[in-house]
Every structure is written in C-alpha cells, then in structure tokens.
Design a protein around this ligand. Structure first.
Ligand SMILES: Nc1ncnc2c1ncn2[C@@H]1O[C@H](COP(=O)(O)OP(=O)(O)O)[C@@H](O)[C@H]1O
Ligand SMILES: [Mg+2]
Length: 353
C-alpha cells in the first residue's frame, strides 16, 4: 500500500440550532426548526505515506479536530472518502482501533485512578499485545524517558506534562502504524514541550509510525514536521514540504523595532497604536509594496518585508527619519510569519474575488 491515509474531497457539516436570546428564546429553541449548517471541513484531500510526520495546522476552529475525528472513525464525513490503512474508519471501528493510536491534548484516554502501569496492562489485554512485544516496548520507553518513576502513579496525581507523556506512550503501546496527536503540547512549559517533541520523534524513527499532529505551536512544526498541511475555515490552504515553503519565502525577512523604551509594559491597545503608527509611516513611503505588520508579545513592532520588492535597510532608515527607534532586531522569516502570510494571502484572495 502506497498510502496509509487517503482523504478525497472530504466535507463535514454540523447542523446546529440558531439560538434565540433570553428566557422566551430558550422556549422557542425547544420547538425550533431554525437550524443552520456549519461547514467545519470543506473539500479536504490529502494522501499520507507510511512513516511521515505531518503537521496539520490552522487557527482555532479551522477544522483540525473534526478531520482527526473522521480519520479515527468517531465522526462520519458528510461527503467524500476516507481510507485509513485501506479501510473506511467509521465502518470498521474495531479494526481501525488496532491500526491507530490517538491522543487528544485536553483529555486523557487513561484510567484516572489507576497507577500508570495498570493502565498499560489493561491496554495490553485490550489490544492483544504479546508478552514479548509488551516487554520490548516498555524497555524502549524506559530508554527514552524516565517513565519508571511514573509507573506507580495514578493519572489524576500527575502534572499535565506527565499525563501528556503517559498518554503518548499509551497511544504507541500496541505499535499501531498510525498515531494521531491533537494539540499534544498545549499548555506545557518549554522544557516539557522539548521532551514531548523528542519522544514523538524518537518513536516515529524507531517504529516508522506515521504521525499526524495538529498544532498551532510553530515550535512543534520546526522540531518535528517535514510536511505541513494548513487549513483555515475548513478549507485547505497549503500542502507541501516545510522546506519548500521556506524557500518560497526566501526573500522575506523580518524587521523588529522597539519604538518605546519599555514596550513590554504597554497595554494591548497601546501596542496596537504603536504598530498602527509604524504601519502608516511605512505605507506612506512604500504604498505599492506588500508588508505584514504585527506586534510581538514583548511589544516590538514586527514588519515582514519581501526584499525582492524593497530592501529592509531602506525601510528601517525611513522609519528612523520619522520616529525614535530604541532597538532593532533582524530575523530570517520564521515559520510563524510564513503561516500568517499564507492566511493573509488567502484572505486577500477572497476579498479580490
Ligand atoms: N459537534 C459539533 N457540533 C457543531 N459544531 C461543531 C462540532 N464540532 C466542531 N464544530 C465546529 O466546527 C468548526 C471546526 O471545529 P474544530 O474541528 O474543533 O476546529 P479546530 O480543532 O481546528 O480548532 C468550528 O466552527 C466548531 O465550532
Ligand atoms: Mg481542535
């Protein structure tokens, strides 16, 4: 089989009630036939090869989890075809379960009050894992992370990081050819994120497991994904190698400037005002060129510049003639800016049509 996952023109629609306001509204809702259709996933197609780590990216509400739920067989597509390991997931849920592992970031799949090792033993029975495979897998886990300390700990006593780690190990335990990870690093601190990323990478390498990972953390993408699929409002915007994406934006660089001595102390409104001011100054001089403006968390103004259109130094000199600049940083284009640019271009394209 060339592909482990095939999606062809997949749609998912949800029928939801149009809610009315207030007490009278709640009574109306009880009897209402006033429904609207939400198209959560719109004509998505992709093929995934064995052993790939694919980053499935998009902002909140883009349709990532809905796609994962269809691939795991929890939801049935409204239209289109999905094959996972050659089978239709929602029609073959038991067979599909043997072929996949799943982690949903916010919710543990493990038994809350059981010590971790007891959860693992239950999974061994459920998935019919042989004694040898089970022992080998635990040995592999022990070589990769300090899991022995967790064996006797019930999930409910674990930190979020320990729980996520345990969930990921549980998902790989029966050595499925495919593992789905829905926002696996959400809410974790920097060092735990690094640990989780290393673990995913090591397991993918060791077992050649195909990994589909949804995230809006660009750190996950940079650390793990060679290929990314970007979705926004249910529609696919991009599907290709991350390298291809970076080279496509090769002429882009980011100029970061500090327009106040302590920009980190600005309120969000003040940050926006600073950025608006910088944007006006730049656009006044280069009305016909494209830029992408944003504020960083620390209150710096960030300008994405296509140097094939205008040199970054010229833009900086122009700004400095107009306002006081306290500090300057240059960055090669980050994955974050690349993705933001793709969303913006899609928006602009829609407006133009
Ligand atoms: N069970 C559901 N019923 C109605 N609407 C839903 C349901 N699940 C998801 N949606 C809607 O579908 C869209 C996509 O949601 P989701 O797939 O969870 O996005 P993501 O995981 O990318 O944040 C959102 O507009 C969400 O509100
Ligand atoms: Mg989601």
């Amino acid at each position: 089989m060339e592909y482990v996952i095939e999606l062809k023109n997949v749609d998912k629609e949800f029928k939801v009630l149009n809610r009315h306001e207030g007490l009278k509204g709640s009574f109306q809702d009880l009897f209402s036939r006033d429904y609207k259709i939400i198209k959560a996933v719109n004509n998505v197609s992709m093929n995934i090869k064995p052993g790939e780590i694919v980053g499935y990216l998009g902002p909140n509400g883009a349709g990532k989890s809905t796609t994962i739920k269809m691939m795991t067989g929890v939801l049935q597509p409204t239209r289109g075809e999905i094959l996972v390991n050659g089978k239709v997931p929602y029609k073959n849920r038991t067979a599909n379960a043997q072929n996949i592992g799943v982690v949903f970031g916010q919710r543990s799949q493990l038994w809350w009050s059981l010590p971790l090792i007891e959860s693992f033993k239950l999974l061994k029975d459920i998935y019919n894992i042989s004694d040898k495979d089970y022992k080998d897998m635990l040995a592999l886990y022990e070589s990769l992370v300090d899991i022995k300390d967790l064996y006797s700990k019930p999930v409910r006593q674990m930190s979020l990081g320990q729980r996520t780690l345990s969930d990921i190990l549980a998902a790989f335990l029966h050595n499925p050819p495919i593992v789905f990870l829905d926002e696996p690093t959400i809410g974790l601190d920097v060092s735990m994120k690094a640990k989780i990323r290393n673990l995913i990478k090591a397991l993918n390498k060791e077992k050649n497991t195909t990994v589909i990972l949804t995230t809006h953390d660009m750190g996950d993408v940079d650390a793990l994904c060679e290929r990314i699929v970007i979705i926004d409002k249910g529609t696919m915007l991009y599907d290709n190698d991350i390298e291809h994406l970076r080279s496509f934006f090769g002429a882009y660089r980011t100029l970061l400037i500090k327009t106040k001595k302590h920009p980190e102390e600005l309120t969000d409104d003040e940050k926006k005002a600073e950025l608006d001011n910088v944007e006006a100054i730049v656009k006044e001089a280069y009305a016909d060129k494209d830029f992408t403006f944003s504020s960083t968390d620390e209150g710096w103004c960030s300008i994405l510049i296509d140097e094939s259109q205008v040199r970054l130094m010229k833009v900086l000199n122009h700004i400095q003639e107009k306002i006081k600049v306290y500090d300057v940083r240059l960055e090669e284009i980050s994955t974050e800016s690349v993705i933001r640019k793709i969303y913006e271009d899609a928006e602009n394209m829609k407006k133009a049509n």
